[in-house]
Ligand binder design. Sequence first.
Ligand code: HEM
Length: 494
Amino acid sequence: MHPSDAPKVQSRGTLTTSNGNPVDHNQTSQSAGEAGPLLLQDFHLIDKLAHFDRERIPERVVHAKGAGAHGYFEVTHDLSHLTCAKFLSKVGKRTPVFTRFSTVGGEMGSADTARDPRGFAVKFYTEEGNWDMVGNNTPIFFIRDPSKFPDFIHTQKRNPQTHLRDPDMFWDFLSLVPESIHQVTILFSDRGTPDGYRHMHGYSSHTLTLVSEDGSYRYVKWHFRTDQGVKNFTAEEADKIAGVDPDYATSDLFKAIERGEYPSWSVYVQIIEPEQALRYRFNPFDVTKTLSQKDFPLHPVGKMVLNRNPENYFAEVEQAAFSPSHMVPGIAPSPDRMLQGRLFSYPDTHRHRLGPNYTQIPVNRAINAKTVNHQRDGSMAVNGNGGSAPNYEPNSVGGPYQTNIPAHTHTNLTLRGQVGRHTYELSDLDFVQAGDLYRLMDKDAKSRLISNIVGHLKNAKPFIQKRQVAHFKRADAEYGRRVEEGLRAAGSKI
Ligand code: HEM
């Protein structure tokens, strides 16, 4: 390119070191003589190399590959009778959000079209601090006790010896944990390979709680329904795109927003009265099951619109730290065991991944609330560290004070019983929804499901195949028989 062809750009001023010192030369290091070694006094060189050496932070242990965007949430229907959360207090009220979508099992550089659930995490910057809705594009999950999560994830990642994805590990675990059958059916259906992030729904999956000013409460499940319509890839399409455009979903989201095509989601809740929860035909806090929309219809709440791309991927997307335990008054957890485990795990991983002051990073800051407490120090305390204000309580120098508002302490759960490891016993009920889902699919969708399962399960050992086929049969006899026949046709000796 001739120099005169170069695009005209606005000057960004003088290049400086990280310390703000003007840099005299950025492309030649200081040396002792023309042919001699380099000098330790070259602060700019050392500053540049040392910072580069530390550019990578630990990637997320799950959901490492993702894309995000800023936007807003607007209340369209009154929910103020159900919750004292101020951001839900009146129709028309807008709250800024940052949303990150992700795949789960793959590393940071893995393909966006992999067969996997998709993460769907939304940070609401409310005037009472941030609320994070950390869900997936599936209304349910594979397991229902957090103690199984690290083992489950190990089986979806690489074999410790071969460093390869391992169908034996994958199916060995799932076939020994049959409560996973419902999510396995979703994963191998068309919904396992969504067409980007704009064309999928999002779910809290867990049952959460809404608490009103008077302390009364209801359980809710959150649903974010895409206004772009659901679109999925076939397995063949997904595989092909993984080869030619592995960042497909990241690019699709960014470019749509650049074009001014702002993706949006209509937000609903399913509402469950506490007495209904007690009497329901299964435990409504079991995250392997959906709650029928006939029993619990969707109530509209609002709309989420994503209309601004991040300015800097690392600063905003990579450093984003979502947690189900980031809650505002009026939104509370439920006894869902998986949720309870997650309440601990996320801030713990943030402290490891980003440091103890992760909430001071701009994308994580509670930008619409004033953060005032007695926490001090730690690495990267960059928000003034409380200045000269007291760092202890009680104190005689003017607070800050606790609210003492009963609705802020959700204490309505009355419990009786003994401490113990109360196992969820497996029952026929755990297979009903997987069977229903299979029966709901049309002929072609069923065939794609079977072909997707066979294509993966055929790589596992026959005894594992056999065990998993028994679970498919328990969900639906035809479903299991067709997987079995497919495996045999693919050469399996089961
Ligand atoms: C990310 C743990 C279940 C959705 C993560 C991360 C951890 C984790 C450690 C990485 C967070 C980070 O580095 O910022 C767990 C544990 C689970 C569990 C221990 C079960 C006990 C679930 C379930 C869902 C879910 C059931 C969905 C309903 C997500 C999402 C992210 C994530 C969306 C990515 C958040 C982001 O975009 O930064 N999980 N997880 N997880 N998890 Fe889970």
